[in-house]
Design a binder for this molecule. Structure first.
Ligand code: ATP
Length: 234
């Protein structure tokens, strides 16, 4: 039996009449990469926003490390959701310094996270002049500052070029070795296939499948079957 860092039961989010996330029961083993796959509008971002305290669940429960989730758990959760929260007129180091002061993390940790994401040598360059990939990596550095045990990344490869995608994939793959669990969402099958150990497939707000990543060419088959089943029901 593995230890789950995160577990949800019946997690639901309704916006007025629309149910964006429908009774999702997710189980994420510690120290793995868990990929959440789903077409646009499947409810991935809404789910991740509930896990990071941006949205309040309408119903259901979230357990973090075996206990009911509270806002205090956000000290152990790093997140990059939508655009990275960077000050464009500051350098990478300065961006981290601003956050470091808030979190009580000093220069040593700042240099550490810069090195983890490969931004140690960006010197005086301001974040506004960074490529999209560099901005994403700075966002991840910010999320890493307070030594999170769980890192939540919503569509981190969106808009990146192939080199940026590969760099980010290699970065994400290294976290489980350090004991950090990563939940990453994407609508790109190939990306999740190369990154994740476990997957959850969402369609129309429902977690239709979760389990170990199937080998070979089977992910596409599985995804088509799961997403197709949903379509037939409509
Ligand atoms: P994408 O990849 O396009 O971001 P997604 O899987 O992340 O898709 P969500 O962003 O979670 O999907 O959206 C799921 C559904 O919930 C959509 O139909 C969306 O319009 C709706 N929704 C999301 N946020 C809100 C909100 N704040 N108010 C009302 N409806 C919302």
């Amino acid at each position: 039996m593995y230890h789950s860092i995160l577990k949800t039961t019946g997690l639901t989010k309704r916006f007025r009449s629309q149910e964006a996330v429908k009774s999702v029961s997710l189980e994420v083993p510690e120290a793995c990469v868990y990929g959440i796959l789903g077409a646009n509008g499947a409810g991935k971002s809404t789910l991740l926003k509930m896990l990071t305290g941006i949205l309040r669940p309408t119903e259901g429960e979230i357990l973090f490390d075996g206990h009911p989730w509270t806002r205090k758990d956000l000290f152990d959760i790093g997140a990059l959701i939508e655009t990275p929260p960077v000050y464009e007129n500051l350098t990478a180091r300065e961006n981290l310094k601003v956050r470091g002061i808030l979190l009580g993390e000093g220069d040593r940790r700042i240099e550490e996270v810069l090195s983890i994401v490969g931004l140690s040598h960006t010197g005086k360059k301001r974040a506004g002049q960074f490529s999209l990939g560099m901005k994403q990596r700075l966002g991840i550095a910010i999320a890493l500052l307070n030594h999170p045990r769980l890192l939540i990344l919503d569509e981190p490869v969106n808009g990146l070029d192939p080199i940026g995608i590969r760099e980010l994939r290699e970065l994400i793959r290294r976290f489980p070795e350090e004991g950090i669990t990563v939940i990453v969402s994407s609508h790109i099958l190939g990306e999740i296939e190369q990154t994740a150990d476990y997957i959850g497939i969402m369609a129309d707000g429902v977690l239709e499948f979760q389990g170990e990543m199937p080998g070979g060419e089977h992910l596409e088959e599985l995804f088509m079957e799961v997403a197709g089943r949903r379509r037939e029901e409509e």
